[in-house]
Write a protein that binds this ligand. Sequence first.
Ligand code: NDP
Length: 400
Amino acid sequence: MAKVMIIGAGGVGGVVAHKCAQLPEVFTEIVLASRTESKCKAIAEQLSRPVTTAQVDADNVAETVALLQREKPDLVINVALPYQDLAIMDACLEAGVDYLDTANYEPPEEAKFEYKWQWAYQDKFANAGRMALLGSGFDPGVTNVYTAYLKKHYLDEIHYLDIIDCNAGDHGQPFATNFNPEINIREVTANGRFWQDGDWRETGPLEENRSFDFPAGIGPKQIYLMYHEELESITKHLPEIKRARFWMTFSDNYLKHLEVLGNIGMTSIEPVQFEGKEVVPLQFLKALLPDPASLGPLTKGKTCIGCIARGVKDGVEKTFYIYNICDHEECYAEVKSQAISYTTGVPAMIGAKMMLEKKWAASGVWNMEQLDPDPFMEDLNKYGLPWQVVEIDQPTGMED
Ligand code: NDP
């Protein structure tokens, strides 16, 4: 018997609303709130049961507190943008509500993906007896849980970790991003960074790349080293890790467009003056690009996101690969979204379910790898993101 408030009605918010609506025994009541209420209403019309919709500007703490006090949810699922994280955490503390998100806080004026701002809320949440679960999407999210699961069941120590995110789907558009273009391009154009021997090493944006042969008929694809936020929390909580890297596939076409846009300054987050107005080029670009939600019916193919972990078990070196395969068209048939939103929205629902069922119950601020992976992994299999774990005894190209 629990009431949940979802904040954000974009691609991910739509999937979370569908998945929560499919489980009335857990999510008894649902409120869907966002800056533009018409988007909440459009999602509500697709659902199998009634939900309440509301308008809220989540940058405004007082407005969010007033909505929380009126609706009295047990938990907020924040799937607005990373810029809203701290304001929504403040509102949850003031109204006495638990909190969950899928992406770490980012200051709007700086493309920095760091947990320090949210970890600084540890004492506030602990003292208030409230729980905040950070990064309950796929990556971060499932990738953190995969790592914890391999550590719990397959390896005594993990020494080398590679998280590999492949989107082998095709939307047929000349250039589009699969989730919020502003967030996506900020992430991709940032320097690469990975953890090695107790320190961060930097590369230029997408400088380091190699080929990786994906399972399920996807085959070999070029993967690019990027910084991704789960590296920070995983290496903090599993200090035995000697090297941790994150890789993502990009098509040549995507990279060609991105290079040109970057060269002409369109991916910059520095404001420029245009006809007496201040314009942020990347925000203007976002206005021109297809809405990621519009790609749902167009996208075909699969995603494959997983972790390769090498370490020791009973003194013997072993390597395991754990991954999920998700099909864009199947996701669209189920929840009217492509697999990128689906693979984020399903873990957000499961994280919320863990908290409401008290399988994950602890006050303070938590990353996913700190909690027992088993009930979450069980639910991934039940609710649309089945996984496989295989032992690897041949070189994969990820050894060096
Ligand atoms: P969208 O841009 O599609 O949706 C964002 C939603 O948030 C929109 O409905 C938007 O409203 C709303 N919003 C923005 N600002 C505010 C505000 N001030 N107050 C209230 N609502 C607001 O993004 P996605 O759905 O693709 O992504 C949602 C989140 O998921 C992001 O934080 C993203 O980083 C994260 N993500 C995480 C992944 C993971 O695996 N962990 C992968 C993919 C995404 P409006 O319509 O008015 O603009």
